[in-house]
Design a binder for this molecule. Structure first.
Ligand code: ATP
Ligand code: MG
Length: 340
């Protein structure tokens, strides 16, 4: 399989007045050509910082302090802003949570999408650009595209604005589309429509998608593989079937237990994961999830678990997979992993 994106040991920090926020602490993963990968995890786990690092769009005091990000085989860390601009849009594009902040309120939406086309192909005439924008609006199912392209962002509903953003992201046919919680700001019924749209677009265009969400249920609908993040680390990586049928990390088990749709049996109450996320200025020396983990042992509190490989493409950062892990009370039922 060809890797479109290959991230190795990525570390990203923010240098704040209260210290270095270690937002991403050594993350490695890949995205295959045409594949749709989900990144899930609670608020603050480092999902957005990971994607902004890939895009080289960190602002303020954010900085990649280690590791590598290769897109189509080319190292992105250290590229100049100009080189990155020629890659963004064309090879990788991103959709954000709140479309209003990414659209210019003073420019008609069609022109904004047209500008994106023009920035990568200066030979396009105004008429050609307009034609392409109409095609794109059709693709994202914006009704009456010929008239709607003259509208301003505020004249659209939230769901329609997100469609404009998707059109803009797709304008230059990127190899990889990163969608960072593209539906969380929308009503539930609209969320569903946007997810359906993204699924059909992926089928039509065959691009790779990195879909970021805190909702494992959404990932199940859209992705073939999942990365579960916590405390700036990937805690588990598995295909979508294994993540639900055979989770190998207590944090993943906790996320599954808190999905409403899966727990439709009303007598079984939803179980939120008790406790709060770690302090990223002083992350715990052991497993970041250990203080909230019902199965934590002594070692979990003072030594960061390595990545254990337990089956095809299935990895977990959990001491329960170690060869000498206790078997009594072990929810992984004696599953063993090989240290990476
Ligand atoms: N500009 C910033 N300055 C300082 N710290 C930041 C900044 N942006 C993010 N962080 C910190 O980095 C960590 C990871 O944040 P990130 O935004 O990646 O989380 P997330 O998983 O995307 O969460 P959410 O689901 O809420 O979007 C958090 O501890 C956050 O407080
Ligand atoms: Mg985020």
């Amino acid at each position: 399989m060809e890797h479109i994106l290959e991230v190795k040991d990525l570390q990203t920090s923010f240098l704040t007045s209260s210290g270095e926020v270690k937002a991403v602490r050594g993350v490695s993963f890949f995205v295959n050509k045409g594949e749709s990968v989900g990144i899930v995890g609670e608020s603050g786990s480092g999902k957005s910082v990971t994607s902004l690092s890939v895009m080289q769009l960190l602002v303020g005091t954010g900085k990649i302090i280690g590791g590598s990000v290769k897109l189509n085989g080319r190292e992105l860390v250290g590229l100049s802003p100009k080189e990155m601009r020629s890659i963004r849009g064309k090879e990788v594009a991103m959709i954000f949570q709140d479309p209003m902040t990414s659209l210019n309120p003073l420019i008609p939406v069609g022109e904004q999408v047209g500008e994106m086309l023009w920035s990568h192909d200066k030979s396009l005439s105004k008429a050609q650009r307009e034609e392409r924008v109409i095609d794109l609006f059709r693709m994202v199912r914006i009704p009456e595209p010929e008239t709607r392209l003259k509208s301003f962002p505020h004249e659209f509903s939230g769901g329609m604005r997100q469609r404009v953003m998707i059109a803009m992201a797709l304008a230059c046919k990127p190899d990889l589309l990163i969608a960072d919680e593209p539906t969380t700001a929308l009503d539930v019924s609209i969320q569903d429509q946007i997810l359906k749209l993204m699924r059909s677009i992926q089928k039509e265009m065959g691009m790779s998608i990195m879909f970021i969400t805190h909702d494992l249920g959404v990932v199940a609908e859209l992705c073939s593989r999942v990365l579960v993040m916590y405390g700036g680390l990937i805690m588990e990586e598995a295909n979508i079937y294994d993540v639900f049928e055979n989770p190998l990390h207590p944090y993943t088990m906790g996320l599954i237990a808190s999905i409403p749709d899966i727990n439709q049996d009303k007598s079984k109450k939803l179980q939120p994961i008790i406790g709060s996320p770690p302090d990223m200025v002083h992350p715990p020396e052991g497993c970041p999830f250990a203080p909230r983990c019902p199965y934590a042992c002594r070692i979990c509190l003072h030594q960061l678990p390595p990545v254990f490989s337990a089956g095809e493409g299935h990895k977990s950062r959990c001491w329960l997979l170690a060869g000498d892990a206790p078997s009594s009370g072990n929810p992984l039922k004696g599953r063993k992993g090989a240290k990476e």
